[in-house]
Every structure is written in structure tokens, then in C-alpha cells.
Write a protein that binds this ligand. Structure first.
Ligand code: HEC
Length: 157
């Protein structure tokens, strides 16, 4: 993507963030960094636009749940920041899965704490303003850990 295109995109996101009046603003530089991280690490399973796998509610042949969407049709927004952070850091499997293995791979040692925060901030741009507001409220007591707050990319802190 060209630099010019990135700047325009960042502007669009900044506008949508401010009209949505989200309590914690989606810093455009962090969103852009998160989008790139998502493209490299998450697209293969969660889809280009965060749409998840088809039939993501149906367990596969092993009895495991396929990758869910991250967009407004999914339920990632129901988890506070601290929980989302640990799902990505430590990996995750639905407790009802039949297999012991983690179907959501752990990213510890792959992504830095601030990169995990950035990719999740990008994911927030896929939600509706109402979902973002509700999730921000939930995250008030369960925020990202302190070590995740170093900025990613070239933006403001
Ligand atoms: C190898 C495939 C795979 C990759 C790569 C992957 N995921 Fe997942 N992810 C899954 C699966 C499968 C689940 C559902 C696990 C379950 O519920 O059993 C999941 C679940 C999640 C959840 C919980 C969602 C919810 O609605 O409860 C989050 C958050 C998540 N992934 C974020 C990410 C992020 C961010 C990345 C990239 C850094 C990523 N995942 C990369 C397969 C993947």
C-alpha cells in the first residue's frame, strides 16, 4: 500500500473514531501498525476482513471450533482488553473443544506485547461504535497490561 493511501486511510479511521466518540481513541498509527500485523499473522485463519471461517459455529471433524470472525458479526468485542490480550499471548481453545490442543495458537515470543495490543486495536475498528463503547466499558477494570502500552509504528505515544 502506498504511503499516500496509508495517510488517507488513517484520516478516515481517525474521523470514524471521533464520530463514534469511543472512550479510548483508536490512534491511527497504532491502527495501521495493527493492520499490518493482522495481515501477517491472523488473516490466514480469521480472514481478510475478519470474517472468520465459514460455519464458524459448527465444530469441525475433530470436534473443534473453527476460527470465529473478529468483525461485528463475531463476539470478540464481548471480551475486555485483558482477556483478548491473553487469548493472543497464551493461545486459546474453547473449553468445549474435543481435542486438547490450542486451536488458537499462542503468540508469545512471536509478537511483542505492544504488537498484540496494536493488532487488537486494529480489530476494534471492525466493530460497530456501540460494540466498541460496550467493550471499552468492560475494559475499564480489565485493561491491557502496562507492558503493552509502548507505541508501535511511527505515531504519537
Ligand atoms: C491457525 C489459525 C489461527 C491463527 C493464525 C490465529 N487464530 Fe485466533 N483463533 C483461532 C481459532 C480456531 C479460534 C477459536 C478457538 C476456540 O474457540 O476454540 C481463535 C480465537 C481467537 C480469539 C477469541 C475470539 C472470540 O471471539 O472469543 C481471538 C481474540 C483471536 N483468535 C485473535 C487472533 C489474532 C489477533 C491473531 C493474529 C495475531 C490470531 N487470532 C491468529 C485460530 C487462529
Amino acid at each position: 500500500m502506498s504511503r499516500r493511501c496509508l495517510i488517507v486511510l488513517a484520516g478516515v479511521l481517525a474521523t470514524s473514531a471521533s464520530t463514534a466518540q469511543v472512550p479510548s481513541p483508536l490512534d491511527p498509527a497504532t491502527v495501521e501498525a495493527g493492520r499490518a500485523i493482522y495481515g501477517e499473522n491472523c488473516v490466514a485463519c480469521h480472514g481478510e476482513r475478519g470474517q472468520g471461517a465459514e460455519n464458524w459455529r459448527q465444530p469441525d471433524e475433530n470436534g473443534n471450533l473453527p476460527p470465529p470472525p473478529h468483525d461485528a458479526s463475531g463476539h470478540a468485542w464481548r471480551h475486555p482488553d485483558a482477556v483478548l490480550y491473553h487469548m493472543v499471548l497464551d493461545g486459546w481453545r474453547d473449553p468445549f473443544n474435543k481435542m486438547e490442543d490450542l486451536t488458537m495458537p499462542p503468540f508469545e515470543g512471536v509478537l511483542e506485547p505492544r504488537e498484540i495490543r496494536a493488532v487488537l486495536i486494529y480489530v476494534k475498528t471492525l466493530w460497530t461504535p456501540e460494540q466498541r463503547a460496550a467493550q471499552a466499558e468492560e475494559s475499564r477494570d480489565r485493561p491491557f497490561p502496562d507492558e503493552a502500552h509502548t507505541p508501535v509504528g511511527h505515531g504519537r505515544p
